[in-house]
Write a protein that binds this ligand. Structure first.
Ligand code: ZN
Length: 215
């Protein structure tokens, strides 16, 4: 099973990707991880990527494509993978097409996890962290025993700048503009399966498994 997994920030994609790869027994290929791995291993393309990262620049799509090709060519990905974080733009679709063409494989499905903006804002906006030990709470779903204070060490909890509502809405806007067209493009190819990402993680995972039967 060769899958692409897309979804907006805060939809719970990371958690679900891990469960999905465990159940399918295929590797979770996240672009963040392979970028770090490529740079660590110091392969030719990894070194190229590092030049951009060290210069504080975005790694170009073609270089990302080469990193993905290198990762997907490894034996553990021969029978399948869940690709997470690429393609994020319509331009990256053809890069991925090219990578898969070189490997002689095709995508089986593209899953997009969806949730209403308001729900995502509530999920991410309610997060609080302990600046002392990094414990993560949520004002609704996982509140500390006494409000605003870490259970373990009593430190006052904070909201990360990334979890501020205006920052979340900004990131969702970028996703809508750049990545939603990716889902549409795959829908036209008949590969897209839209999964409702609302509710508890078990229910979402059940819908994902049903999605494996579709298309
Ligand atoms: Zn603490």
């Amino acid at each position: 099973m060769r899958l692409v997994f897309i979804g907006p920030p805060g939809v719970g994609k990371g958690t679900q990707a891990v469960r999905l790869t465990d159940s399918l027994r295929v590797p979770h290929v996240s672009t963040g991880d392979i970028l770090r791995q490529g740079m660590r291993e110091g392969t030719a393309v990894g070194r190229k990527a590092r030049e951009f990262v060290d210069a504080g620049k975005l790694v170009p799509d073609e270089v990302m494509g080469d990193l993905i090709a290198e990762r997907l060519a490894k034996p553990d990905a021969r029978d399948g993978f869940v690709l997470d974080g690429f393609p994020r733009t319509v331009a990256q679709i053809s890069i991925l097409d090219d990578v898969l063409g070189r490997l002689g494989v095709v995508l089986d499905r593209v899953f997009v996890l969806v949730a209403p903006e308001q729900e995502i804002v509530r999920r991410l906006g309610g997060r609080r962290v302990c600046p002392q030990n990094g414990e993560v709470y949520h004002v609704e779903s996982h509140p500390p025993k006494s409000p605003g204070v870490c259970d373990s060490c009593g430190t006052a909890l904070i909201q990360r700048p990334d979890d501020a509502e205006e920052v979340i809405r900004e990131r969702l806007g970028v996703y809508a503009e750049l990545t939603e067209p990716v889902a549409s493009a795959y829908a036209e190819r008949g590969l897209l399966v839209e999964i409702d990402g609302t509710g508890d993680p078990d229910a979402v995972f059940e819908r994902l498994q049903q999605g494996l039967e579709e298309v």
